[in-house]
Design a protein around this ligand. Structure first.
Ligand code: AHR
Length: 612
């Protein structure tokens, strides 16, 4: 392998190249990245007609002791459903309530992870026909051990109208399968609405689960595409993600049923929170908005204007002046300064649909005229022939076998260097090769990404998909990060991305593999400076996609040998004894990078690459 680091055979990689794509799929957000512990906190998931299903809330007590239903008496106009609990038993006498009282409990998203010493903020809205004495407790999986408890007590006059109650629960035990219960021994009628339990300890205090964001931080994403692909479209437009329904005080958000991935979200993780997450990660937000097209229905170009205005409003919300109509709503939510929104995508995977192009042009013209600097992403692939419409970027999605993806290393070699840039916004090996996330998949993806590095004059952005899966609701396989209520690990495809985390904005050097007859090797070399600009590092990445050991001689030319330090060089390897190996909660790092000192480091060095 010949690596030439001289200036003449080097060029910069765009600083946007590798980022992430967050989709609300697999309970990635609700019950995942978003730290809310209560599932269906507003009792809206059962639909607007009452009585409704309160699932996953359950009842504590017999029918003779309480009747639980829903009605439309909430104080929140956009989510009218509230829970009505008629307690028939009393604190004493012949109809005394059972010990511990009667009430309701919420299991969270397949169990609430409550940790000893941590604090949890409970907020609920309550109304009653009389005085209330409610015990709010977190109960461990045994069903009897209380990990934290508080009493909510109020006189009849205090709760005759809807009242907000807020208490902090301090956990005195740990259980990853806990539940929240609200019980009483007082006869009367109590209504509950918008019951939220949030850990106080969230990422930057912004409501994100820390472990989730830390894993994202660790791969240094330059952008975050959000809030999804199909999730944005909806199976039907009436169930699509509509940003205006996801902003403002969380209690007032209506929530919606995502009918592609088939679950309810309270939309606590909404348009504002996505922009905040991008800012927290130091990543550019890339907003995919609904363009009036779902999987099943499309808005006609003659009536698309309201959707265009909705998109313009969403941009104004993100980056408008705090005195503008929507910028002021953002400011009221706590972010006076505009967010740095520079990219939007008009829909997802809608190219070729009847109204896509006609509608696209209306969005395009309106956005460019109001925000000339915003870069617009088309759903149509321009990698093999020029687009027939204006765009700054075009989307390219690829889910395929390992061999196919590895061979697509050269996909963009012949793409015209003029015209819009490519955004490889969804890529992954899927199917048998990938299982639930195999080494084989990661190797093919690494080869593909090396191809993108070398074509980064035309490919400016790339992101793996999907990002997260809650194992209790696996809608798509594989995914980069797997979690449940208390555990989290990266699949080999996650760890693969770590090898590219210094690539954004680095210098790409020319590499030549002199003997590579089977084409099963692919390599790249980059260099970059540390954040202080004191040291410059060289990284050579090599994928051995073959089932045999490779003895490789590496020569680096163009180094200034007087100032180059070889000691301290390392070799980081991602491999395993079986190419189909996967990680799991039991063995979260079965396939993970291992870093060792590279004893042979020099401008001429021998390295051994094990199979795969
Ligand atoms: O990443 C999963 C899905 O794959 C996305 O929602 C969609 O854009 C693609 O079809």
């Amino acid at each position: 392998l010949l690596v030439n680091v001289s200036e003449s055979s080097s060029r910069p990689i765009p600083d946007t190249l590798f980022g992430i794509f967050f989709e609300e799929i697999n309970h990635a957000g609700a019950g995942g990245l978003w730290a809310e512990l209560v599932n269906n906190r507003g009792f809206e998931a059962g639909g607007p007609n009452t009585p409704s299903n309160i699932d996953p809330w359950s009842i504590i007590g017999e029918e003779s002791s309480l009747i639980v239903s829903t009605d439309r008496s909430s104080c929140f106009d956009r989510n009218k459903v509230a829970l009505r609990m008629e307690v028939l038993c009393d604190d004493q006498g012949v109809n005394a309530c059972p010990a511990g009282g009667v009430g309701i409990f919420n299991p969270g998203f397949w169990g609430m992870n409550i940790q000893q010493g941590k604090s949890y903020n409970l907020v609920l809205y309550v109304r009653s026909s009389g005085s209330i004495n409610i015990s709010a407790s977190v109960i461990g999986s045994s069903g009897s051990q209380s990990l934290a408890t508080a009493n909510i007590v109020a006189s009849a006059s205090d709760v005759s109208n809807w009242t907000k109650a807020e208490v902090v629960l301090e956990a005195k035990g740990t259980d990853s399968n806990s539940r929240l219960q609200l019980t009483t021994t007082n006869k009367g009628v109590i209504w509950f609405d918008q019951v939220s339990l949030m850990p106080l300890d969230t990422y930057k205090g912004h409501g994100f689960r820390k472990e989730h964001v830390e894993m994202l931080e660790d791969i240094k994403p330059s952008f975050i595409r959000f809030p999804g692909g199909c999730f944005v479209e909806g199976e039907w437009l009436r169930n699509a993600f509509r940003w205006k329904e996801t902003i403002g005080p969380w209690e007032e958000r209506p929530g919606h049923f995502g009918d592609v991935w088939m679950y309810w979200t309270d939309d606590g993780l909404g348009h504002y929170e996505f922009l905040q997450l991008a800012e927290d990660l130091g990543a550019s937000p890339i907003w995919v908005f609904n363009n009036g097209i779902s999987h099943q229905d499309e808005v006609d170009p003659s009536s698309i204007l309201p959707f265009v205005n909705e998109a313009l409003d969403g941009i104004e919300f993100a980056r408008g002046d705090p005195n503008s109509t929507w910028g002021s709503v953002r400011a009221a939510m706590g972010h006076t300064e505009p967010f740095e929104l520079k990219y939007v995508a008009i829909g997802n995977e809608d190219c070729g649909k009847k109204n896509y192009l006609a509608n696209y042009l209306k969005f395009y013209d309106a956005i460019k005229s109001a925000y000339p600097d915003i870069k617009i992403i088309s759903n149509c692939d321009g990698s093999s022939r020029p687009l027939d419409h204006p765009a700054d970027y075009y989307d390219f999605h690829i889910y395929t076998s390992a061999n196919n993806l590895f061979s697509m290393t050269h996909q963009f070699d012949h793409t015209s260097r003029s015209g819009p840039k490519a955004f490889e916004s969804e890529y992954a090996v899927t199917g048998n090769d990938a299982g639930a996330g195999s080494l084989l998949a990661a190797l093919a993806e690494a080869g593909f990404l090396i191809g993108l590095e070398s074509n980064s004059e035309i490919v400016e952005m790339a992101s793996y998909a999907p990002l997260f899966v809650n194992v209790n609701d696996r809608r798509w396989n594989p995914d980069a990060i797997v979690f449940n209520s208390s555990q989290i690990y990266g699949t080999p495809s996650y760890w693969m991305q770590r090898f590219f985390r210094e690539s954004n904005g680095a210098i790409l050097h020319n590499v030549t593999l002199e003997k590579n007859s089977s084409n099963q090797l692919i390599a790249s070399a980059i260099s970059w400076q540390d954040s202080e600009g004191n040291k410059e590092y060289l990284r050579i990445k090599i994928v051995n996609f073959a089932n045999n050991t490779v003895y490789l001689q590496i020569s680096v030319v163009g180094l200034d040998l007087n100032s180059t330090q070889f000691s301290g060089s390392t070799k980081t390897v991602l491999t395993s004894s079986n190419v189909k190996d996967e990680n799991s909660f039991m063995e979260p790092r079965k396939v993970a990078p291992i870093q060792r000192v590279l004893e042979t480091a020099g401008s001429n060095m021998d390295v051994v690459l094990s199979p795969y």
